[in-house]
Write a protein that binds this ligand. Structure first.
Ligand SMILES: C[S@@+](CC[C@H](N)C(=O)[O-])C[C@H]1O[C@@H](n2cnc3c(N)ncnc32)[C@H](O)[C@@H]1O
Length: 188
């Protein structure tokens, strides 16, 4: 697993170099120019692990990552639990990167990455939704999230959902000592 994570990180930087986007080896810092309301920031693998644990993700879930970046959340879930996943991102470079990462990790039969706007995409078959966006985009997503099946778990890295009271709010510290927050809500 450590090998897989390292290889995702390397590929991330290589593709960014070749596509001319700004690079930064520190994963806590934005690496792409903000054009969408949520710049590209990779969730540290230790936080990915915590997001999957908080949602109790299994092989029976259908997991969506809304704003999927290099695909690490659905790819990790597929590798670890056999979870089917869909990642949606508005940035075509990131979507290509994520699909290539899925092939490299041999989970392309479980996950797919689609270039689309999350506000125009039908993710109504989700049983788990992962978010690492912004406070504003989280709140704007509420009408779509409220239409999901009862029991669907919503997990957000760092950003809350305005007035929605989380079932879980957990502080997690990365190996570099940076504190993050993982939230869980369940659609009633
Ligand atoms: C902070 S990154 C999170 C990446 C990944 N989920 C992770 O945790 O490593 C947010 C991502 O959301 C994407 N994004 C922002 N607005 C979007 C929109 N309206 N539709 C689709 N993707 C969007 C950005 O391109 C970026 O890759």
């Amino acid at each position: 697993m450590i090998m897989a994570v390292a290889s995702l990180g390397c590929m991330n930087r290589e593709i960014m170099r070749s596509s001319g986007t700004q690079t930064n080896t520190n994963e806590e810092v934005p690496v792409l120019t903000e054009t969408t309301g949520a710049p590209y920031l990779a969730t540290h693998q230790s936080i990915v692990d915590e997001m999957l644990a908080v949602a109790n993700v299994t092989g029976d879930d259908i997991l969506y990552d809304l704003g999927s970046g290099d695909g690490r959340i659905p790819i990790t879930a597929a590798m670890r639990f056999g979870t089917k996943g869909v990642g949606i991102d508005i940035d075509p470079v990131l979507v290509r990167m994520a699909n290539k990462n899925a092939i490299d990790q041999k989970v392309e039969d479980k996950v797919k990455f689609v270039e689309a706007d999350i506000f125009k995409y039908d993710f109504s078959d989700a049983t788990v939704v992962m978010l690492y966006l912004s406070p504003k985009l989280n709140v704007q997503l509420k009408p779509q999230l409220m239409k999901l099946k009862s029991g669907t778990r919503i997990v957000s890295h760092n950003h809350d959902m305005g007035d929605w009271k989380p079932e879980v709010k957990k502080r997690v510290t990365t190996p570099a000592g940076i504190e993050h927050t993982v939230y869980l809500w369940r659609i009633p």
